[in-house]
Design a protein around this ligand. Structure first.
Ligand SMILES: Cc1cc2nc3c(=O)[nH]c(=O)nc-3n(C[C@H](O)[C@H](O)[C@H](O)COP(=O)(O)OP(=O)(O)OC[C@H]3O[C@@H](n4cnc5c(N)ncnc54)[C@H](O)[C@@H]3O)c2cc1C
Length: 424
């Protein structure tokens, strides 16, 4: 794999402080070597650097090059598969699992404040309903939030309140949650990397890791250099191309985003005056929000694996115009996509390949929040505390035969299956 620059996204075009870390050269040593500089890797590195570890992060492309720098920026609450995690334990850990569901948000807010990261952090989120069963699910979510004394404003909106709030008749109701929100994900990821570096961490870019020599002191090898460390953390998620064992338990799903040109104040006041992130409940879902410069960022999952902006536009534009016909004459300034790591049982996969090589992947589309929690759990594991790590590691991942070899065909089949299910 040849090292690449960022994809042509709105985020890459509006980076505050681009990264240009050196490539990995020579024989380096560290306490911990992290492979991959998306949210999982960067979050892990920052947690470790804050605790005084000497961390080296090796990234094949650029910091935030993968899903972390391309996503919808939606701070979705909860962990996919959370109820399965709670059910799988012997003792009652509902409260612990509940706290974990929101921990990533708190880590993000704390870091933005501590390190003064400029990433357009906003509070406010709408889970919209298309069918009655979605409304029932939102009511259950509200009950759970109230049961656990959720500290932020949260309430159900009627059909007409939903239409007034987001300027479309497409939904029959919604759950407003001011504890969730949205961010410019690439600026957050890069800001966190710069914060880790300020605490002594070392980042290498344009340095694909080609091999890991496992052993008492594992050695992470790239073309022109290596890092020997006491611990290695694998954070390549859906872009991971090293360990086939990990690739076989992760299902790659593609998602794409359009960014319009900046919209007028009148349109913004009609479409989304409260500046909320919006997400529908389908598996082949749609999600949208405004950027800081008032573009509509509209995303959706598609059965396409390329990066041609024209194809992405052809797939997504009719879906966007169905919700917002008012945008008919607006220019599409950017169109890009990326790959999400989905697990069959939806539970994130945190575990170890050997006593000193850990991995974390498969957040099933909830990664902005959960990667930040995962980084903390990885740092705990390195420090010898496994309480939360084991909650995930004890759940056996479901292996998908041929998952990566036949990934395109499997994604196509999976999309058809889920599209049918969404229609029921
Ligand atoms: C289009 C899109 C929209 C999304 N929207 C949302 C959203 O709105 N909200 C949300 O919560 N989640 C969303 N997600 C999911 C979320 O972005 C991911 O769950 C999360 O970013 C995963 O972070 P990560 O660090 O684990 O992986 P990634 O960000 O993919 O990072 C993995 C990194 O590892 C590097 N790497 C891989 N192999 C090697 C190697 N051998 N050597 C060195 N480096 C390597 C890659 O280059 C890459 O930079 C979306 C994803 C996509 C693609």
């Amino acid at each position: 794999m040849n090292p690449q620059q960022h994809t042509g996204s709105y985020y890459a075009a509006t980076v505050n402080q681009p990264t240009d870390y050196a490539t990995l050269k020579g024989e380096q040593t560290a306490d911990v070597c992290v492979i991959g500089a998306g949210f999982t890797g960067v979050s892990t590195a920052l947690h470790l650097a804050e605790r005084g570890y000497n961390v080296h992060v090796v990234e094949a492309n650029r910091v935030g090059w993968g899903a972390s720098g391309r996503n919808g920026g939606q701070m979705i609450g909860g962990i996919a598969g959370a109820s399965r995690i709670a059910r799988a334990q012997v003792k009652d850990i509902d409260q612990l699992v509940w706290d974990m569901r929101w921990a990533g948000h708190e880590i993000i807010r704390e870091r933005v404040a501590t390190y003064d990261i400029q990433c357009d952090l906003k509070s406010g989120y709408l889970d919209v309903a298309i069918k009655n069963r979605h409304l029932d699910a939102l009511k259950r979510d509200l009950e759970a939030l109230e049961k656990f004394d959720f500290p932020h404003e949260v309430r159900l909106l009627s059909r007409s309140e939903t239409a007034d709030t987001i300027g479309t008749q497409a939904y029959i109701g919604a759950l407003l949650n001011m504890g969730n929100g949205h961010i410019h994900p690439l600026n957050l990821c890069i800001g966190e990397a710069h914060a880790a570096v300020s605490l002594g961490a070392t980042f290498y870019e344009q340095s694909p890791v080609l091999n890991i020599e496992h052993g008492g002191k594992p050695r992470v090898v790239s073309k022109h250099g290596s890092v020997s460390a006491d611990f290695v953390v694998l954070a390549g998620n859906a872009y991971h191309f090293l360990e086939t064992k990990l690739r076989g338990i992760l299902f790659p799903v593609n998602s794409f985003i359009l960014a319009t040109e900046p919209l007028s104040e009148t349109l913004v006041n009609f479409l989304n005056p409260k500046d909320l992130a919006v997400c529908d409940p389908n598996f082949v879902l749609e999600y949208f929000r405004l950027s800081a410069d008032k573009r509509l960022l509209f995303g959706g999952r598609c059965n396409y694996s390329g990066s041609d902006p024209q194809v992405i536009k052809k797939n997504l534009l009719p879906r966007m115009l169905k919700i917002y016909p008012e945008l008919e004459d607006k220019k599409i300034a950017y169109a890009w996509g990326g790959t999400i790591g989905v697990t069959i049982n939806r539970v994130p996969q945190l575990g170890r390949l050997s006593p000193n090589v850990f991995y974390s992947q498969g957040y099933s589309g909830h990664g902005v929040n959960v990667t930040h929690l995962a980084g903390q759990i990885m740092a705990d594991a390195v420090a010898g505390t496994f309480e939360r790590f084991d909650l995930f590691a004890n759940i056996k991942p479901i292996r998908i035969p041929g998952a990566h070899t036949f990934s395109k065909q499997m994604v196509a089949l999976g999309m058809i299956y889920y599209q049918l299910k969404d229609r029921l």
